[in-house]
Design a protein around this ligand. Sequence first.
Ligand code: ATP
Length: 443
Amino acid sequence: MEPHLVTYLVIIVICVIMSAYFSATETAFSTFNKIRVKTMAEKGNKKAALALKLEDNYDSLISTILIGNNIVNILAASLGTLFFTGILASNADLAATVSTVVLTVVVLVFGEISPKTIAKNMPEKFVLFSAPIINFIRIILTPFNFVFKAWQTLLAKIFKSSDDKGMTEEELISIIEEAEEEGGIDEEESSLIKSAIEFGDLEVSDIFTPRRDITALPADADKATIAKTFAESGYSRIPIYEGDLDNVIGILYYKDFYTKAFGKSTPITDIIKPVMFVATTQQVNELMKELQDKQLHLAVVTDEYGSTAGIVTLEDILEEIVGEIWDEHDEVVEEIKEIGEKEYIVSGKANTDKLFDLLDITTDEESDLVTINGWAMEALGRLPEVGDVFEEHGLKVEVLELDGRRIENVHVTDLREDEADEDENEEKDKDSSDGEQQTFFKN
Ligand code: ATP
């Protein structure tokens, strides 16, 4: 083989290697785990820091890769034609055809498919290896990048999508779930962040303590009764009303009572603190700000008719972010207790969302009924009785105990099949059910 043909061949091989490098770099940079590389960067890995910097400037990175890849591919194709023309000197047409076929196959297999597959399987490793090289090429190609950047900006302006509203809450939550699955954050951190994000959607009606659970006293209650009520309930704040609970006139603080009124002639109406009223529909994040601004811990919740629907405290709000908080005097009550495989005892006061979240049930319906008690009443269409059973969302719910007209607790059995069984029985399912089924029984 003539020496210049050998030179062509060597350059073609180098071009294919470079093409493989650019393809692998593109795949690695678009699939690598940012959290993992960020952790490496924080631990002092310089290549990881450089990779993140390059990824931050993705437009410039991608145009460097595109320019580089195109240059080497076109150069390989041109030299391929010269190489095969040199070998098949007698037949120029055949040389061009052979060159096109051979180089297309070689570039596709070795310059695109193989490197992309390899990079996809170890994107972080490849990103670290590639970062210094691609950065060097990026610097060399700066003038080209500048021109392409201007072109990209122009195109972006012309084709700007008007419905690009940034990241949605759902997208943010999926990112957190992904980070949890990939081990970037643990389950508790993930649930804390998700609660904080979802916090903005909560209304007072989702979290308040209902009217019938309020410990309150009339304004004319005697001091012994008040002292007994504080001692028995363990609460630090007691709403004081005139006439009935719909007319709360103030909040009596434990500390004030014992320092200013107990054993003295001071009437409690002189020491009660002003009461803050909130609507059931008020956003919880707004309420929290208002309570903080007014330095209050408790607000009385009013329904649409102006009656007292319940009370809400800062602790109720914080529990939505950090989970259940048990005070020293609180009786620890597990609202959802797992008693066996797919079997739970659930308090009538528990939030349906909490149960559905725990069991990974998604419901389309928007319902105002947030407690198990409300759900049962809606499903049964009447006041619940012990022994009532209904099935909804794949759960069988049996009323176990009542407290007056309200459910104390229910027995929930998860009737849904596991995913593995589901696959097996997919065919059967198709025939048997067309969506949600509701079945009611009465013992
Ligand atoms: P603190 O912890 O400051 O002593 P607390 O224990 O009296 O206050 P919180 O911790 O604010 O009360 O609230 C705990 C739970 O008790 C919340 O669910 C709240 O709604 C409820 N709660 C507070 N006061 C009363 C009350 N007077 N009657 C009924 N429920 C109350």
